[in-house]
Ligand binder design. Structure first.
Ligand code: ATR
Length: 278
């Protein structure tokens, strides 16, 4: 066996990561394994302390452990420290643990790979809806993509202010109720709230003030075409669905743990394989 990895969370049975990594292990002919491991919050320290001894090359980390797990890492990469969350842990050769955050890479790469991101997109400002955990990674990615202003809008303005304060730079916090004001002249609109997800309400947002050239994306991928994306596409906006973020964020961990002879790829076949499980 060349490697053992997994995803830890509580609960964890819903995770698509085993299906995703399993696809790449099989496609690349690697004799490794990737499991969903339920870890209760009270047992996180014990699990992490035994990670190397239990033969893990590393793990992905999901809800509710992305922040708490930072206490058990020997080093945290600067970007993950800035985002304030770790979703990928690598066991080094000396059994120490390195934590990183690949959500920002997943979000960024999904936009880049879509081919729909142009100089005109980044010339406008970005409007980010939601100020939860995912939003921090998204804002960081948007800065890397060159957006000079990011309007971070949230129902609870204090949370947007906290994220803007933590990340600093080009982020301007505001209330989501004022979204219309900020959509005017935007190059990109992104939903990072849970609204639009199967089982939740749709995002109630009038898109009329948004330029039709603006790129619209959603980090919700179930359903793939959220109400927001459907309405944006119907009025002519280019749209990028959120599934790619899930797929691309998995690549750095897969490469570190399984050391494949070639990088795992995001293909239509892989997208179909994941969508079949939704
Ligand atoms: P994640 O880690 O996936 O980002 P989260 O931290 O729970 O999830 O954040 C959820 C986001 O969705 C928050 O921005 C939340 O807004 P509040 O901070 O005001 O709670 C947003 N959200 C959830 N339900 C919402 C609703 N009904 N209307 C507006 N925003 C909502």
């Amino acid at each position: 066996m060349t490697g053992k990895a997994g995803v830890i969370g509580w609960p964890i049975s819903h995770s698509l990561s085993p299906r995703l990594h399993g696809y790449w292990l099989s496609e690349l002919g690697i004799d490794g394994r990737y499991d969903a491991v339920p870890v209760e919050p009270d047992e996180l320290g014990l699990f992490m302390g035994n990670l190397a001894a239990n033969g893990y090359a590393g793990v992905n980390v999901t809800v509710p452990h992305k922040q708490a797990v930072m206490d058990f890492c020997d080093r945290i990469d600067p970007l993950a420290a800035r985002i304030g969350a770790v979703n990928t842990i690598v066991v080094e050769a000396d059994d120490t643990l390195t934590g990183s955050n690949t959500d920002h890479y997943g979000f960024k790469q999904n936009l880049v790979a879509s081919g729909k991101l142009t100089d005109a997109t980044t010339a406008g400002h970005a409007v980010v809806l939601g100020a939860g955990g995912a939003s921090r990674a998204v804002c960081t990615a948007l800065e890397e993509l060159g957006f000079s202003t990011i309007h971070l809008l949230n129902r609870t303005v204090e949370k947007a202010e906290e994220v803007a304060g933590d990340l600093g730079g080009t982020i301007e916090p505001g209330p989501i109720a004022d979204a219309a004001k900020y959509m005017d002249g935007a190059g990109l609109l992104v939903n990072t709230t849970s609204l639009g997800m199967k089982g939740s309400k749709p995002l109630d947002l009038d898109l009329a003030p948004l330029p039709v050239e603006a790129l619209v994306t959603d980090i919700v991928y179930n359903p793939l075409m959220t109400d927001l994306l459907q309405r944006a596409a119907a009025r002519g906006n280019p749209v990028v669905d959120g599934l790619g973020m899930l797929l691309y964020q998995a690549i750095p961990g897969f490469k570190a743990w399984f050391q494949p002879p070639e990088a795992p790829r995001v293909t239509e076949d892989l997208r179909d394989h994941i969508l079949a499980a939704l």
